[in-house]
Design a protein around this ligand. Structure first.
Ligand code: ADP
Ligand code: MG
Length: 691
């Protein structure tokens, strides 16, 4: 039988697995022999460290051995059976106890040798071990379990013993010698065991060192396959040819720059050069523009949109909220309409007739720049010649949505923007197929935002401070507590607070209200009034979290700040400090957990988004970092992006090297690699959005 086939055989092919057990194994997501072999041990127990019971301390977890002298079942009360086995380890006699596992008594015959692991309980001069794991020591057979024992992740009714036996059976009955798919030169270079060797070592190690070698191999394997996949995708995409061309001389772009009240920063200038180069290249751009909150990404994307427009092509800008669509639209209108550029906005709330008029204008090419929410990607919307798709706050979109916008054109240039700084290791994994540009400096003249964590008992002091700032002519945000379960409750809290403040503490000012359950046109109205200074203080839910840009606002008060995640707090804080005035972020919190305290301390100590993201990653781990829902993070079985970043970097550079030496995977020695990658990533949602 060919071995590839055996890897993908249903688990029932193993003698001891019938339909019953197959069902239990399914709970561990084990369906095939491959799944079983990739169900790696969580850790190992080194049984060569077997102890003598007399020198074990109370409550220690130890592994000891002994010869069975006898056993008894005790039933101290209904529903509880204690099996007590008397063991002799050569020096002392002690008891191993199991709870409600009466079948154990039948398995153990006096004279048999037993290894047990568990917690030591010394009482009234006798010693008990509460057994968590045990093994009958079978001295005749050269069983692996005698030395280093794998401890697997389990589910109900699947025991360590059963899994160990199954894996052993599998490794004994099938050969995986021919199954290698990692290039041999890499195995040599990094001193990694072969596939077959690694399988034996990870499941049946003779020493902890063997297990570690095997783990290194599988970690490298996982990251390398992912990186080759991403590099291949990037390669494939970048070979495509665009069906359109931009003009290289851009008089409107220059005019726009001339109309701005400021000069581009060096960082913006550099990024704009990178984007221009991509746009003028015959191959499509796939670029991620990263820049901390307030770093000025909008201007850069406007330049790109304008370049498309003045080349007789269309540009689209997709944003996650209607408030943001409106804001971008206003900005583009203000600066580009005088230049004769046709711009429109498309959101869900619009009247049908108006929507249809705009949709027609998009289709016949009359509209040059279109701003919109996810309404832009509805099926009936067709572009005449979409050349550039910009996606702002891209992490707020699902991968499918991004892909859909892309497919509205023929290999258009793609620019995705995010203010959520991404630690390098995550960026390599999430965006390994994108080029990355970074705006790494804020415009000059910005003062660092002063951040304070303040207990809710001092709320009145905070309002007094807000008042002082308002009297100076500045504006403020007050963000209501996060209520995850219900936007109704969250909105209601904002309504109540706005009412209270406008009647009491802030009665002399204009208090505005913004929450998720307001009608879109109502929201626009409020934002317009806030932007124009007609509202002094805006009480809001987190609807203002991303993108909102009102430079005159200098105070951000966040209530119950301990409930927010670090990324969210940083985004909210980024709503202020956008002008030249000193700005403040006041976090009202009485944190109850260590994690919450760590987040607030991080906010207090750093204003740098990248630093905070790294910190966030440490506090929460990669899975949580992005929220699992639309993270796009691949499901890693054994590698850990935090711990294994060095291996990740090696895997990445080797992947790029491999692609450049064999771009089309023509070399026969790479065939197994390609096959394995196809197997693993075929149908993978996470990576659907490009290519
Ligand atoms: P973000 O990167 O968070 O999207 P924005 O593009 O909204 O940031 O820009 C934040 C603020 O900085 C805006 O008010 C914008 O007009 C201003 N800005 C952008 N570039 C510059 C610059 N080079 N000099 C001064 N202010 C700038
Ligand atoms: Mg923005």
């Amino acid at each position: 039988m060919s071995v590839t086939q055996s890897l993908n055989l249903p688990i029932q092919y193993l003698k001891t697995v019938g339909p019953q057990r197959a069902k239990l194994l399914q709970k561990l997501k084990i369906f095939t022999i491959r799944d079983l072999l990739y169900h790696f041990p969580r850790r190992y127990e080194d049984r060569r460290l077997i102890r003598q019971i007399y020198n074990c301390n109370q409550d220690e977890i130890v592994t000891v051995q002994g010869t069975v002298l006898g056993s008894q079942d005790l039933k101290p009360r209904r529903g509880l059976t204690i099996t007590k086995v008397t063991l002799n380890d050569g020096i002392s006699v002690f008891y191993a106890v199991w709870f409600n596992q009466a079948y154990i008594k039948q398995q153990l015959i006096p004279g048999q040798k037993l290894i047990v692991t568990g917690k030591v309980d010394r009482k009234y001069g006798s010693v008990q071990i509460k057994v968590t794991d045990y093994e009958i020591w079978n001295e005749g057979a050269a069983g692996h379990c005698e030395q280093v024992v794998p401890i697997y992740p389990l589910s109900e009714k699947v025991s360590q013993k059963f899994l160990r036996g199954l894996v052993k059976l599998c490794l004994e009955n099938y050969s995986f010698e021919q199954e290698e798919f990692i290039p041999v030169n890499l195995l040599k270079k990094y001193k990694l065991p072969s596939f077959s060797q690694a399988l034996h070592w990870i499941h049946l190690p003779k020493t902890i060192n063997e297990a570690e070698q095997a783990r290194r191999r599988f970690i490298f394997e996982e990251l390398f396959l992912l990186q080759v996949f991403l590099a291949a995708k990037k390669h494939r995409v970048s070979k495509k040819n665009k069906s359109f061309k931009y003009m290289t001389k851009n008089s409107l772009v220059d005019k726009f720059l001339g109309r701005l009240a400021f000069n581009l920063t060096a960082a913006q200038e550099r990024v704009w050069q990178e984007i221009t180069r991509d746009m003028e290249s015959p191959n499509p751009m796939y670029r991620l523009l990263q820049g901390d909150v307030g770093s000025g990404k909008t201007v850069v994307s406007t330049l790109a949109l304008l370049k498309a427009a003045e080349s007789g092509l269309q540009g689209a800008l997709m944003v996650p909220t209607e408030i943001l669509a409106e804001q971008h639209y206003l900005f583009l209108q203000q600066y580009l309409r005088p230049l004769g550029v046709k711009i429109s906005v498309l959101t869900g709330k619009m009247r049908k007739s108006e929507k249809e008029r705009i949709i027609t204008a998009i289709e016949n090419g009359e509209m040059q720049i279109i701003v919109g929410t996810h309404t832009l990607i509805q099926e009936h919307i067709k572009f005449k010649n979409l050349a550039l798709a910009v996606i702002d706050e891209q992490h707020r979109f699902g991968v499918r949505q991004r892909a859909t916008l892309q497919y509205k054109g023929k290999h258009p240039d793609i620019l995705v923007m995010t203010a959520t700084p991404i630690p390098r290791t995550l960026a390599m994994t999430l965006y390994g197929d994108l080029d990355i540009s970074v705006i790494d400096k804020l415009p000059s003249g910005r003062k660092p935002i002063k951040t304070h964590v303040i207990s809710s008992r001092k709320l009145s002091d905070v309002y007094a401070f807000v008042k002082k700032e308002l009297k100076l002519g500045r504006q403020a945000y007050i963000v209501c507590p996060l209520v995850e379960e219900s936007s109704y409750v969250e909105s209601q809290a904002a309504i109540d607070l706005a009412q209270e403040l406008s009647e009491q503490e802030l009665a002399e000012f204009h208090v505005g209200l913004l929450h998720g359950r307001m009608k879109p046109e109502h929201k626009d109205n409020v934002m317009r009034n806030f932007r124009q200074g007609k509202i002094d203080v805006l009480v809001s839910t987190t609807v203002i979290e991303v993108g909102v840009d009102v430079p005159n606002a200098t105070v951000m008060v966040i209530l119950d700040a301990d409930r927010f995640g670090l990324a969210q707090l940083h985004q909210l804080r980024g709503r202020v400090g956008r002008g030249t005035q000193q700005s403040y972020c006041i976090l009202i919190a009485n944190p109850k957990t260590d994690e919450a305290r760590a987040r607030l301390a991080a906010m207090n100590s750093s204003g740098d988004g990248f630093h905070l993201a790294e910190r966030d990653l440490q506090i929460r781990g990669p899975g949580e970092f992005y929220g699992t829902r639309q993270s796009g993070l691949p499901d890693l079985k054994i590698a850990d992006l935090l711990r294994d970043w060095k291996i990740l970097e090696v895997a990445r550079s080797e992947a790029i090297l491999l692609l450049s030496s064999d771009p089309g995977f023509k070399k026969p020695e790479n065939t197994p690699l390609v096959k394995e990658i196809k197997f693993r990533f075929f149908n993978s949602e996470q990576f659907a959005y490009i290519g």
